[in-house]
Unconditional design. Sequence first.
Length: 144
Amino acid sequence: MIQIKEISAKETFPIRLEVLRKNIPLPYEFNGDFDKETFHLGAFKNEELIAVSSYMKASNKNFEGNQYQLRGMATLTEYQGFGAGKLMLQKAVQILKEKNTTILWCNARIAAVEFYKKQGFQTFSEKFEISPVGEHYVMFKELK
Ligand SMILES: CC(C)(COP(=O)(O)OP(=O)(O)OC[C@H]1O[C@@H](n2cnc3c(N)ncnc32)[C@H](O)[C@@H]1OP(=O)(O)O)[C@@H](O)C(=O)NCCC(=O)NCCS
């Protein structure tokens, strides 16, 4: 069974590094990681941390309302497809609604767009490049 818990910023770093920064010379620490409004979720299987995601209060000029940005969504390769990402997002939506957040948005890698669509996100922008990671879309989910 997979359990979702709040974790610290530092606990997210090893999985960010492994899954999101392999051969990519960008920092695995993000601006805002330690802000007081930021929270981080981890998915645990038999006490092992297998997936992480982070939620930061940040506004995208294309949206209105009370916004959070999803960053650093990553599941260890061997555990992908077992529901960890989906369960983290469900928990995040619950927490964000309690904070009266109306929009959760992210810069989604092309390879993850279908995952986000399954979780109720829509694409907003044209494709754009974040070098050297590759092409991304802005995606958003309205929290009702
Ligand atoms: C994208 C990612 C976070 C998804 O996490 P995950 O734990 O594997 O996702 P889940 O197991 O919760 O998947 C939920 C659903 O989405 C589907 N899904 C997951 N990743 C998918 C993908 N890349 N493309 C299409 N569907 C996908 C699953 O099959 C599952 O479908 P179901 O509900 O019909 O069974 C994970 O694959 C990952 O870490 N990828 C590499 C890093 C990355 O690209 N992160 C996103 C950066 S923007």
